[in-house]
Write a protein that binds this ligand. Structure first.
Ligand code: FES
Ligand SMILES: [Fe+2]
Length: 392
């Protein structure tokens, strides 16, 4: 685990919440809001259904514009979203078979970023560029993932494993939206359950008791016991967890984990042996300054004994989660606004799991600026054989 003692010494850490609280201080170091998401991971950048067959779709990772397109075969390709000719977005282009043709002068690109055709190039004309950068791309869980970092590392990089997705036992609700804040505010928001006051109008009075937390170089996990202590609550909270969170009088164990760069939340009702729901979420920076994050979430909800009951409850569960999310959005966007106005992080964090989380996000991220692997080697002029570019 990464301990924020300023020495860089790594040691395993596990702490029961009953142990004396450590000094809740953070040594002076780089402002966390100036740390970028490390590009050497698989990030979702679109819903699969948004990338239609024979169509292109514009997306981005940390200011790098990416053109996704789905070819005739159904395979998705990901290219730098700038034509090598005059930098017009390729996402405005036309898909022909497995090729993406720029909308302006009709240069055609293969899925590997190489130019397959410049229709009007005559023999002996000047040496054309090789093409544009192509990103490793994978599709899973109804999402399109790209690997924006060093492509050599893509094959070995861990890909999210979500056994509950597609399991007949669970049904998945998908979320996709932009939130105007740095991704670190979102990690902190979910991991720090001491903010239930914010949701008092939706879930009533919930008391989260930290049971324990642990961390290592790449992750922080906090486990809470949640009890309802009164107040009016949204009925859908009980539907979501089979009368778990916010429902009846039972308590729930909630485990939240940042396993860089993703985050998960499992809720196990008291006396149950498996989660009533599991949430997987990724916060993907959209702009270069990383003050805007695209949230992709998969909420996998266990089907009740009568599965149709969940179908009936589905719109209510959606409505409930959207209400909670709207409140969280209000808070994290206000945090970002304060940071923008102050020009720096003036937080006074007192909660040990969040101090650990901040250390993990800092240690695994990259300083903002041009992240490693962001150079566009495919877009530079090169010495590829000119014949390859002639009309075919
Ligand atoms: S700008 Fe793309 S072909 Fe000219
Ligand atoms: Fe919240």
């Amino acid at each position: 685990m990464t301990d924020s003692d300023g020495t860089g010494t790594a040691r395993l850490r596990e702490q029961a919440a009953t142990e004396p609280a450590q000094a809740a201080t953070e040594p002076a170091q780089t402002d966390l809001r100036r740390i970028g998401a490390h590009p050497d991971h698989w990030y979702p950048v679109a819903l699969s259904r948004s990338v239609r067959r024979r169509k292109a779709f514009a997306t981005a990772f940390a200011g790098e514009r990416i053109a996704l397109y789905r070819g005739e075969s159904g395979a998705v390709h990901a290219l730098e979203d700038r034509c090598a000719h005059r930098q017009v977005p390729l996402s405005l282009g036309v898909v022909e078979g497995e090729v993406l043709r720029c909308c302006y002068h009709a240069w055609a690109y293969r899925g590997d970023g190489r130019i397959s055709q410049i229709p009007y190039l005559a023999k002996g004309d000047g040496r054309p560029p090789r093409g544009v950068r192509a990103y490793p791309v994978r599709e899973a869980y109804g999402l399109v993932f790209v690997f924006p970092g060093d492509p050599e590392k893509a094959a070995a990089a861990p890909f999210p494993e979500l056994p509950a997705f597609g399991s007949p036992r669970y049904r998945t609700m998908t979320y996709s939206r932009t939130v105007h804040c740095h991704y670190s505010f979102l990690h902190e928001n979910l991991l720090d359950m001491n903010h239930q006051f914010l949701h008092r109008g939706v879930v009533g009075r919930l008391h989260p008791e930290l049971l324990r937390f642990r961390s290592d170089e790449r992750s922080v996990e906090a486990r809470y016991l949640f009890s309802h202590t009164g107040g009016k609550r949204d009925r859908s909270a009980g539907l979501l967890a089979h009368e778990g969170i916010g429902g009846a009088t039972s308590s729930d164990v909630m485990t939240i984990r940042t396993g860089y760069p993703y985050q998960t939340l499992d809720l196990v009702p008291e006396n149950a042996d498996h989660p009533a729901f599991r949430l997987w979420v990724a916060y993907v920076p959209e702009d270069a300054q990383q003050r805007r994050s695209h949230v992709y979430g998969l909420l996998m909800i266990e089907k009740p004994k009568i599965p149709a009951a969940l179908l009936l409850a589905w719109p209510f569960v959606r409505h409930f989660t959207e209400r909670v999310f709207a409140e969280d959005r209000l808070a994290v966007e206000a945090e970002q606004k304060a940071w923008d106005e102050q020009g720096e992080d003036r937080n006074h964090e007192v909660f040990a799991p969040i101090l650990e989380l901040r250390a993990v996000l800092r240690a695994n991220g990259v300083p903002l600026g041009r992240p490693p692997g962001a150079a566009c080697p495919g877009s530079v002029t090169c010495e590829a054989a000119p014949e390859a570019f002639r009309p075919s």
